[in-house]
Design a protein around this ligand. Structure first.
Ligand code: ADP
Length: 511
């Protein structure tokens, strides 16, 4: 029997799953790490903490699995997108890791967004103009910290750092590289104009490789620490968004993967690069010349439901919920209310928003409140509002990708049958929830298998997914949701100017 390891490097934790060749889980390990917010809008991580997490998780899963190390054929990765750090000529970090959530370049981006260059750049790189992307962090750092700029030998992301520590080589796969905003999607090479804008040279960037390419010969020190053989292949893997799609089996055109975890995302795999003329959804290569991934990143996912739990129901435990998950209590409460929450609409923009409105100043709103509305209506309206917003992204994506035939759902929200049914009703589309655990790790494990020739292509994942729970749309709810969806979009548009006014007020009168 052969064995494979999938590593998922997320923003708050690294998860590692050890599989046998049929995708049976043999062992798992997780390590959490902090996100540093020392300055306003800062969101950094310690790259060495992440590296240690990867090494320690590998050591743990291998020790627990108790198999012959020669049978561990390959390891591969699912990795957070948009990370950036500076290193010197010896690979020593000069900064911590700037994550996608670091918004310090926001002002710079706001000005750049108004220029024709922004639109042209998107048409070449597929990355929306937003502080999440390394290209804008670089442009901002060039102005704000020229000394750092001069001292930096290489600009890299977390996966390059890990591969450098393990193998002494600067390498990156096309999907993670494209999330920098520096990769030309058509030529699959660094974009000369983008490099010029940032003032860095291609010598400061990693060598580009395919997600299924492999490197062999891990340094002795780390072979010893992890328990791996020096012959185990390290397959490059890809970004977490694309790996989640692979891991839930959303690999065909017309199948959408929707994740609602802390944030949310909607993605579809297509067979050619397709660009939204208004730059509202991204397009990244997954397997060069074969598969691209189109999607929208959404800030306001489960974090908004968490806000309901913590702020609207702070006495939730005093109500005698001893052995009940508070989210189950809340969704049960929401299930007592009919679809449409008696005409109450919630705009979920507590965190500002990326797709579909790309407005960091957007804020949350209850609309349509009357005195007969209850807390149960409010909870249901929040759950519906999160899905309306995702639906609005789908409308944008549909213009580029065509119609959706089915949805694969993942993330914490998929634990709630009510929420999944709501999604089927709002999208008027079948929603399936795979039972398989950790879709990112499973996607990475598929890349590991392809990388060493155990599998030929992505379709192997269909065998691995196992049982799927399906929610069919309920025709009684369509009409209500369609009407409310129109109002949701209309109020979001109409509030656009006032979002800026109220967020300016909130910044000025913080205390
Ligand atoms: P992460 O994005 O950090 O990996 P998860 O995918 O576990 O997180 O998602 C966490 C979110 O999932 C919570 O904030 C909550 O909104 C939602 N959630 C968790 N459990 C439930 C549940 N039983 N019912 C509905 N929603 C849930």
């Amino acid at each position: 029997m052969n064995y494979y390891i999938g590593i998922d490097i997320g923003t708050t934790s690294t998860k590692v799953v050890f599989y046998n060749q049929s995708a049976k889980i043999i062992s798992t390990a997780t390590r959490l790490y902090p996100l540093y917010h020392d300055l306003p809008d800062e969101a950094e991580e310690d790259p060495d903490q992440i590296f240690e997490s990867v090494i320690n998780c590998l050591a743990e899963v291998i020790k627990k699995a108790q198999v012959n190390v020669k049978d561990i054929k390959a390891v591969s990765f699912s990795v957070q997108q948009h990370s950036l750090m500076a290193v010197d000529k010896n690979g020593k970090p000069l900064t911590r890791l700037f994550t996608w959530a670091d918004n310090r370049s926001e002002k710079f981006v706001g000005n750049f967004q108004k220029t024709a260059a922004a639109k042209e750049l998107f048409q070449r790189t597929g990355v929306p103009t937003h502080p999440m992307a390394p290209i804008f962090k670089l442009m901002w750092l060039k102005e704000s910290d020229p000394d750092l700029y001069n001292r930096t030998s290489y600009w890299i992301g977390i996966k390059e750092y890990i591969f450098y520590k393990l193998f002494g080589k600067w390498v990156e796969d096309y999907s993670v590289a494209s999330s920098t905003g520096l990769l030309n999607e058509k030529t699959l090479d660094w974009d000369e104009a983008a490099l010029k804008m940032t003032g860095i040279s291609r010598k400061q960037l990693p060598k580009l490789m395919s997600s299924t390419d492999k490197i062999i010969g891990i340094r002795e020190e780390y072979a010893l620490k992890t328990g791996l053989s020096r012959k185990t292949a390290f397959v490059l893997g890809a970004s977490d968004g694309s790996m989640a799609n692979v891991g839930v089996g959303a690999i065909d055109e017309g199948t959408l993967a929707i994740t609602i975890g802390t944030s949310a995302a909607i993605r579809s795999i297509v067979n050619e690069p397709l660009f939204d003329s208004k730059a509202r959804v991204y397009c990244y290569p997954l397997l060069p010349k074969e598969k691209w991934i189109i999607g929208g990143p959404i800030n306001n996912g489960g974090i908004v439901f968490r806000w309901v739990r913590d702020q609207l129901f702070d006495n939730i435990t005093e109500k005698g919920l001893k052995n009940q998950d508070p989210y189950d209590y809340l969704t049960n409460l929401a299930s007592k209310v009919p679809a449409g929450s008696h005409g109450l609409i919630f705009l979920p923009y507590l965190e500002g928003e990326r797709a579909p409105i790309w407005d960091a100043n957007a804020r949350g709103t209850f609309f349509g409140l009357n005195e007969s509305h209850t807390r149960a209506d409010m909870v249901r309206a929040v759950l519906e509002g999160i899905v309306y917003n995702i639906y609005a992204v789908m409308i944008t994506m549909r213009e580029v990708t065509g119609n959706t035939k089915n949805i694969m759902a993942t993330g914490g929200f998929a634990r709630s049958e009510l929420w999944c049914q709501m999604m089927a009703d709002i999208f008027e589309t079948k929603v399936s929830v795979p039972a398989s655990f950790e879709s990112g790790c499973l996607g990475a494990m598929v890349m590991a298998q392809i990388g060493v020739g155990e599998a030929q292509d992505l379709s192997i994942v269909k065998k691995f997914i196992g049982s799927v729970k399906t929610f069919n749309p309920n025709p009684n709810n369509f009409r209500r949701y369609r009407e409310l969806m129109e109002i949701f979009i209309s109020i979001t548009r109409n509030l656009s100017k006032d979002f800026t006014r109220i967020s300016d007020f909130q910044r000025e009168f913080q205390n």
